[in-house]
Write a protein that binds this ligand. Sequence first.
Ligand code: ADP
Length: 398
Amino acid sequence: MKILILNSGSSSIKFQLIDMPSENVIGKGLIEKIGLKDASITVKNAADKKEVIKLNIPNHAKGIEFLLSIITDEKLNIISSLDEISAVGHRIVHGGQAFSKSVMINDDVMHGIEACVELAPLHNPANIKGVEAMELAIPGIPQVAVFDTAFHHSIPEHRAIYALPIEFYKKYGLRKYGFHGTSHQYVSLRAKEIYGDDRTENVITCHLGNGGSLAAIKNGESIETSMGFSPTDGLMMGTRCGSIDPGAIPFIADHEDLDMYGVSTLINKKSGLLGISGISSDYRDVSLAAEKGNEDAELALKMFHYDVKKYIGTYIAALGGIDTIIFTGGIGENSALARREILKGLDGLGIKINHDKNDATMGVEADISHDDAKVRVAVIPTNEEVMIARDTFNIVNQ
Ligand code: ADP
């Protein structure tokens, strides 16, 4: 059964066509700059043969229409007819309190996703456009919603609610939701396959990319995560400040004469690695600058590494122990420096890496723990698309 996976953003759509249950990727690519001058569609087939087409893509519906004609074109030999696509799985960023697992999309579900727009005003509207575009292109095709927030529904209330007056939670659903759920779930399931149940009772997953979050996972369930009501909370990230003293916000607004929009831009777009280094939001760029002796870049890296370490410590306490730590996301998968610095000095907790293995690991699955260490440390490249394909496959076949 072939399943189309869509991750629709405001001006882009990433897609993969996955054969299930084999999980083989038979096509993938990206629609870029929808509504802009130089829009394009890039498609790769299973043999990595690539086609890039530049054309006018005024909206998501046109983008999907073009995409479907490219993947059925005989040049790339991906599929020969749209009838071969059995279902569509969508990444939906926010499922609010309503959605604790993936669901088949119907009118009620669409209303539910729309109701979450105020919680994710940048993401959910784009996700909705993706669903509507697919319904236009192949009317009646089964579509499944897979939520970034769903995996964290198991976080108990006392860890999720902010100590604001309780009516804010009751009136607005103002609470921790957490994000990157599909990624945290995928790598923790993969760790279970690799290490077995005994060594994965208590797991910490570190998803470190441009955005980053950690999750504490007990027997496969998320019990705590570092992003909160919004993705700004938790770790210092590429351009987000992460957790800061809430008392600083009115101070900044007052002194810089910023309204809430200005404050939001500051904490989401101008802070983090970029804000501290003054160089870039990109971990690689910042580490290159630090290597050349730039002190602000060095400070930014130190702050980032410490932040992740601090959450690891907190989550060991929340879990009551630790069996396995997993690194994923662009930084987690590729940077030996980040992994080394984050885990430095944790030998007393049974966390010790093998430096040769760590240095040799970039973008591939590997155990990088020291042979004598009590705790397993693994690098596991994330695969959110496969997770979405699995849920879609299971729901369509129920
Ligand atoms: P996103 O959150 O946008 O999906 P990614 O997961 O792709 O981001 O991660 C992007 C981050 O990964 C960037 O900060 C980038 O510098 C970092 N990164 C990618 N490759 C490497 C590498 N080889 N070494 C260090 N950092 C890397």
